[in-house]
Design a protein around this ligand. Structure first.
Ligand code: NAI
Ligand code: 13P
Length: 340
């Protein structure tokens, strides 16, 4: 048992803090807002992001990065992708070489098109760079907070670091697998949010299970095509961080990406949707990044292109569905094999 600093007091940071406290670790949960940290400590609950879940006394919330990180054996980064570089810059001088560095966020940086571990590696420097661990998989915070059975995957370029993370988190409700394919694990976790936006739109338009199954299946095919181009192991997309996370995010009303898509499908405009959500909807920025990557790397990603038309070009979702359904004829096996 030791101390773990958890940077990011949103729903996922709070749920993972609960797992760590269940395993007997002292948790220093950091919020960048002082009043938020004080409110959680006082209420022993994160009412804003994970309501109705009591926090163990092993979890202490602080708005001081120094206090959170000092003496920690591991540091878990779980802020929205948009804030990741800035938080890494704030902490890089506070980290020691012995600390295990983990992230549990899901996104790709637009313009640079970097994965999260690549961004972190740039900001945290050579020592931590290669050992960064990602934790990803089908895992809604709301269910993890209630200690419902959940499985995730950890990956790193240094697999011994991934094993350390596996040991920190694994318990009877939270099963953790290792996987050496860092690129595949990060790409699957990030890109499923695009398809979840699409699944929400489909439901918001009033379409049924056939349309959603098509989005999940064809979405997986295009994620795998981009992954292969980036040298991921195609088998990873058949695992928890690929098809597993696609299923949970496209079919659950817990998903913020699904919910945002659902509102878009009903005709709400994006700015209003994001304001109403009040939580991070990673799929919007990831759509921009993935579209840029597909253009640059010449990878066919029609669903991503359609979502880009909705969130960037404000194209009506129904028109995008017509566009997707009326593309030229293709062969299924030929298309799937491009991701293998
Ligand atoms: N909620 C979930 O079930 C899961 C979320 N994730 C991923 O975890 C990451 C974080 O998501 P959530 O915790 O769900 O988000 P959230 O919307 O619940 O909370 C975001 C947190 O980040 C903080 N924050 C915002 N800007 C910040 C900044 N500039 N500096 C520091 N903190 C800042 C907010 O105050 C808030 O505490 C995302 O990448 C998400 O995709 C991954 C798996 C499950
Ligand atoms: O990544 C998640 C579940 O695995 C959470 O998805 P949302 O961000 O859409 O809520």
């Amino acid at each position: 048992m030791g101390k773990v600093a958890v940077l990011g007091a949103g729903s996922w940071g709070t749920a993972l803090s609960i797992v760590l406290a269940d395993n007997g670790h002292e948790v220093a949960l950091w919020s960048h807002r002082k009043e938020h940290a004080e409110r959680i400590n006082h209420a022993r609950e994160n009412e804003q992001y994970l309501p109705n879940v009591a926090l163990d006394s092993l979890i202490q919330v602080s708005s001081s990065l120094e206090n959170a990180i000092q003496g920690a054996d591991a540091v878990l980064f779980v802020v929205p992708t948009k804030a990741m570089r800035q938080v890494c810059q704030q902490v890089s001088s506070l980290l020691t070489e012995k600390q295990t560095i983990i992230h549990a966020s899901k996104g790709i940086e637009p313009e640079s098109n970097k994965r999260i571990s690549e961004m972190m590696s740039e900001e945290l420097g050579a020592h931590h760079g290669k050992g960064i661990v990602v934790l990803s998989g089908p895992s809604h915070a709301e269910e993890v907070g209630l200690k419902q059975p959940t499985t995730v995957t950890v990956s790193s370029l240094q697999i011994d670091q991934a094993v350390k993370a596996q040991d920190l988190f694994m318990n009877e409700n939270f099963r953790v697998y290792t996987n050496e394919d860092l690129v595949g694990v990060e790409i699957g976790g990030a890109l499923k949010n695009i398809i979840a936006l699409g699944a929400g739109i489909s439901d918001g338009l009033g379409y049924g299970d056939n349309a959603k199954a098509a989005l999940i299946t064809r979405g997986l095919a295009e994620i795998a095509r981009l992954g292969k181009r980036l040298e991921a192991n195609p088998l990873t997309f058949a695992g928890l961080t690929g098809v597993g996370d696609l299923i949970v995010t496209c079919t659950s009303q817990h998903s913020r990406n699904w919910r945002a898509g659902n509102m878009l499908g009903q005709g709400y405009v994006l700015d209003d949707v994001l304001e109403q959500m009040g939580m991070v909807v990673e799929g919007v920025r990831t759509t921009k990044a993935a579209y840029q990557m597909s253009e640059k790397l010449e990878v066919d990603m029609p669903i991503t292109k359609g979502l880009y038309d909705v969130v960037v070009n404000e194209k009506p979702p129904k028109e995008v569905v017509d566009q997707l359904m009326n593309r030229g004829k293709t062969d299924e096996l030929e298309q799937i094999s491009k991701g293998l």
